[in-house]
Design a binder for this molecule. Structure first.
Ligand SMILES: Nc1ncnc2c1ncn2[C@@H]1O[C@H](COP(=O)(O)OP(=O)(O)OP(=O)(O)O)[C@@H](O)[C@H]1O
Length: 318
């Protein structure tokens, strides 16, 4: 994995609604050509963070901190989005090929015919059969999987530096999820883009990520190389997420879990937000929120990380 200068640096990002912070001081980098997965349970702030990279902050929200460089003005050119729902990324009233060709012509002075040729080639590369004909169809004439492939074609056609994918396969059935994720990873790599992949699925992290950012209640819990984080988590919350993977589950309990639920914004406990669910929580965990610290290649926020047993997933299989 290359470790050149970051493409993007996020420092002390905070996003609040009505004065209640949901992203609470988040810092990380996106490196060239890497696949950075952002994981965490529902409500952790994954989507808000990912969309903030594109300058897309919901109306009514206030944002502080820095994201540099600011690529918002170059959306579609240097940074692009693959959202959960392909229909929201495609216009229902224009043919798919025309939309792709328009995207090409928005950044490059090429004749219509050439833009059209590139559009068909892009559809072909994401595995749309009979791309020439399908380019003339409307989004509603595509299946869900094909639509998501078309969105991937759109997000990569101008060879951006960063593709942000926000739970890109949630709307698809299981059969198509892996295929679409593979196409997304393959196309991002082919155009030399970093891929920021929002998911709640550790299996997806394992299959695709170079690095993983684990979020909890709007903060960084753990960030590091995916293979290391998955095989030797250092934060209890990461271990809890991993304990939910089938191979870590004890035989008797096929559906292992992380007990409890994350706190809602505005209802955080004092101290570490994960403390009420954490088997290691004691003393300072109930008083002060741990700050992210660097431990070798890992960044992690936990008062008790040195005490984490190995394998840590056992903590959650009592
Ligand atoms: N438009 C909004 N108005 C008010 N609160 C919001 C808005 N969007 C997000 N939030 C709050 O911010 C928190 C984080 O939301 P976000 O969508 O980033 O979570 P997530 O980790 O992506 O979860 P999920 O996996 O469910 O999509 C949520 O708890 C939600 O309450």
């Amino acid at each position: 994995m290359p470790s050149a200068d970051p493409l993007l640096t996020v420092r002390n990002l905070r996003i609040a609604f009505d004065g209640i912070e949901t992203i609470r001081g988040l810092s990380f980098d996106v490196r060239p050509r890497e696949v950075l997965a952002i994981v965490g349970e529902s409500g952790a702030g994954k989507s808000l963070t990912a969309r903030a990279l594109l300058g897309m902050v919901p109306r009514g929200a206030t944002r502080s901190g820095t994201i540099e460089p600011d690529l918002a003005a170059q959306r579609g050119r240097r940074i692009s989005l693959v959202p959960q729902d392909a229909l929201s990324a495609l216009s229902p009233v224009h043919r798919v090929g025309d939309q792709l060709a328009a995207a090409v012509r928005s950044v490059a002075r090429v004749p219509r015919r050439e833009a059209r040729r590139r559009a068909v080639a892009a559809l072909d590369r994401v595995g749309i059969p009979d791309a020439e004909r399908r380019a003339r169809a409307y989004p509603h004439e595509y299946s869900g999987g094909m639509r998501q492939r078309a969105v991937i074609a759109m997000a990569t056609i101008n060879e951006p530096d960063i593709v942000v994918a926000d739970e890109p396969t949630t709307a698809l059935d299981e059969e198509h999820r892996d295929q679409v994720l593979r196409v997304l990873a393959e196309r991002s790599e082919a155009v030399g883009a970093a891929l920021v992949l929002v998911t709640h699925d550790m299996e997806v992290v394992r299959a695709h990520a170079d690095r993983v950012l684990v979020m909890y209640a709007g903060r960084l819990t753990e960030l590091g190389p995916a293979d290391e984080v998955l095989t030797r988590p250092r934060a209890p919350y990461t271990a809890g997420l991993l304990a939910s993977l089938p191979e870590h589950a004890p035989r008797a309990r096929r559906l292992p879990f992380l007990p409890g639920t994350p706190p809602a914004p505005g209802t955080l406990p004092p101290g570490c937000a994960f403390a009420p669910r954490c088997p290691l929580a004691a003393g300072p965990c109930h008083e002060t929120e741990p700050e992210p610290q660097q431990v070798e290649e890992r960044t992690l926020a936990c008062h008790h990380w040195p005490e984490l047993p190995h394998p840590a997933t056992e903590l959650f299989h009592e």
